[in-house]
Design a protein around this ligand. Structure first.
Ligand code: BG6
Ligand code: MG
Length: 222
């Protein structure tokens, strides 16, 4: 029977609620550029790299060709400064409900843990949360060329863990992330809205519903 040998987590929106901070910072920048947007549009930004997120916001406001590359880099930098202010406040209390118990359970079952994040701020956030010791490997945006929905970040995490892709489970809150896991040939667990994450093999509505036994069962039936 096929066995789970590694569980690879997304960071923002799965381990902690930084997805909300990304949203707030982009929303502020969007308003400054005269491109207001809501949470429904924001679903398309989740899991997507910084520059690609900016491009999507500009396209949404029909401003794709209005700014120079230099201006775009300044906008992205401005958003990142706002985001960095917000994550300064993070403490271990900001771990999403049940996440630490889930990671402990995974370890006790001899399953490896990886992180596959599209963020260049991933190490800072993990450090502030105090959970670095749970991870057997961490892959962040600084070390991959192609961002989600490209599978590269998940493939690289599995390679570093030395686990075949078919024995990996990926956990994601973003459409682009679930797509990346599926393209990597892994079992996808979505955290959030079942309609939005319809490509996932299993969806739970919140992190406190992440239970290893349920995932093992769904994985073996897959
Ligand atoms: C992902 C987030 O984890 O990281 C995206 O889901 C974000 O919203 C992306 O744009 C890049 O993050 P950063 O910190 O490098 O700007
Ligand atoms: Mg996410």
């Amino acid at each position: 029977m096929k066995e789970i040998k590694a569980i690879i987590f997304d960071l923002d929106g799965v381990i902690t609620d930084t997805a909300e901070y990304h949203y707030l910072a982009w929303k502020q920048l969007g308003e400054e550029l005269g491109i207001p947007f809501d949470r429904t549009f924001n679903e398309q930004l989740k899991g997507v790299s910084r520059m690609e997120s900016l491009e999507r916001i500009l396209a949404y406001g029909n401003k794709s060709n209005v700014y120079t590359m230099e201006e775009k880099e300044q906008f992205a930098e401005k958003k990142n400064e706002m985001y960095k202010q917000l994550i300064q406040k993070i403490t271990p209390k900001d771990l999403l409900p049940g996440i630490e118990n889930f990671m402990r359970e995974i370890k006790e079952n001899g399953i490896k843990i990886g992180l596959a994040s599209a963020s260049k701020n991933a190490f800072t956030v993990i450090e502030r949360l105090g959970v670095g010791h749970y991870f057997d490997t961490i892959v962040d945006a600084a070390t991959v060329k192609n961002s989600k929905p490209d599978p590269e970040v998940f493939l690289k995490a599995a390679d570093q863990l030395n686990v075949p892709y078919e024995n990996c489970v990926g956990v994601e809150d973003a459409q682009a992330g679930v797509e990346a896991i599926k393209r990597a040939g892994m079992f996808a667990v979505g955290v959030g809205n079942a309609e939005q994450l319809a490509r996932a093999d299993l969806v739970v509505s919140c992190t406190s519903d992440l239970k290893l036994d349920d995932i093992k069962r769904a994985f073996s039936e897959n």
